[in-house]
Design a protein around this ligand. Structure first.
Ligand code: PMP
Length: 379
């Protein structure tokens, strides 16, 4: 059976052009980029060219880019190395209540160790209110983390205003751009951020590689120790093919951004409009327009996501709840709770995320199958 993929926000297939760009670095140019011989120099050249490309595409300079394994590592790195280094008089931290677990879990550990943390609420559409954030700030605030867009409900945050506010008050600011980079404009100068995290596999690059932007002048201790790669900020032999793939994927993303976002926005709007017309008892989650071009997120009365996803899967449709159930013991999503959903509704959620290879027929098929499946499984 043909599979229809609506889970691009979880991960995306690697673009064939990206695979082609990476290939030489697995075979003929396989050297360790720290080796001084010809094969090492060749690998190092590719690594540094990729760094330059990534830096240019996000408004940074090459020394500000640390290649790593992805956004989880980037977020952990910043939180675990920066927050403990904040001066006593600036050790208050603010994070939005809908951050990814790779922010929230380190934050919980830091809170348990006595750091002073404020969780900034979001409104029912999933947006951080800048006035709320301003009010939560004090003389002692030294760090803020707000994601550019929610991986669950797609809400796009007022990142520029938040960055500006943080910069004016000399507060360090982490923006998690994992869901946006390569899809919509991301520029570290515009965002006025000090740190930016992302993963290549969310924009048609390979899994297990990403980058962390650290603004020049901000010192960050290494997360991995035992080598001076990445200017001493991340020991371990670099994933050269991965970095080449990330840079190529970002370049392609930039060249096709406008057209892809326009097409996905059109289909997303169609889903947001038509699903509630075709099915009773549906709630659209997230802001209607201030959202990722490729994200549609719904909650259904009287059904469970697991049954819904399983039935969609049996019809060849790959989708998601929008949040990972990590432990096997189902907890409602913290994001859906933060926007005020009851646990019951949160457990009946569906995230449809579109991508480069989504077609009009895929959308038609979903609009045909979904109402039938919901009718069948509703209790
Ligand atoms: N932040 C956000 C917003 C994400 O969507 C994800 C991936 N779902 C991550 C961080 C973590 O990315 P990775 O699993 O590639 O490390």
């Amino acid at each position: 059976m043909k599979k229809i993929y609506f889970d691009y926000a979880s991960t995306s297939p690697v673009d064939p052009l990206v695979i082609k760009a990476m290939e030489p670095y697995f075979s003929q140019a396989f050297g360790n980029p720290s080796s001084p011989h010809a094969l090492g120099r060749e690998a190092n050249k590719a690594l540094e060219e990729s760094r330059e490309k990534v830096a240019r595409l996000i408004g940074a300079v090459p020394e500000e880019i640390i290649f790593n394994s992805g956004a989880t590592e980037g977020n952990n790195h910043v939180l675990e190395e920066i927050i403990p280094s904040l001066k006593r008089e600036a050790n208050h931290v603010i994070v939005s209540s809908i951050e990814h677990h790779s922010v929230l879990e380190p934050i919980e550990s830091l809170r348990a160790k006595g750091f002073n943390i404020t969780f900034c609420p979001v409104d029912p559409e999933g947006l951080v209110n800048v006035d709320h954030l301003r009010k939560a700030m004090s003389e002692k605030t030294g760090f803020i983390a707000v994601m550019h867009a929610s991986n669950e409900i797609g809400a796009l945050q007022p990142i520029r205003e938040i960055g500006q506010l943080a910069r004016e008050r000399k507060i360090l600011f982490l923006a998690d751009a994992c869901q946006t980079i390569g899809h919509i404009p991301v520029n570290v100068k515009d965002f006025a951020c000090d740190f930016l995290s992302f993963s290549a596999h969310k924009f048609y690059g390979p899994k297990g590689v990403g980058a962390l932007y650290v603004r020049r002048g901000v010192n960050i201790a290494p997360y991995f120790r035992g080598g001076d790669q990445e200017r001493g900020r991340r020991a371990s032999t670099q994933n050269v093919a991965g970095a080449v793939g990330l840079a190529k994927a970002l370049e392609i993303g930039h060249s096709q951004m406008g057209q892809e976002a326009a097409e996905q926005t059109k289909w997303r709007n169609r889903l947001l409009r038509e699903v509630p017309k075709l099915i009773d008892g549906v709630k659209v989650n997230g802001h209607l327009t201030n959202r990722l071009p490729n994200n549609a997120h719904f909650s259904f009365d009287g059904l469970g996501s697991e049954a819904l996803l399983m039935s969609l899967d049996m019809a060849g449709i790959c989708a998601s709840m929008g949040s990972a159930c990590t432990s096997g013991a189902m907890e409602p999503s913290h994001v859906l709770r933060a926007i005020g959903l009851s646990d019951e509704l949160a457990f009946g959620s569906l995230r449809i995320s579109l991508g480069r290879w989504t077609t009009e027929e895929d959308i038609e098929c979903l609009l045909k199958e979904l109402p039938q499946i919901v009718r069948r499984i509703r209790i």
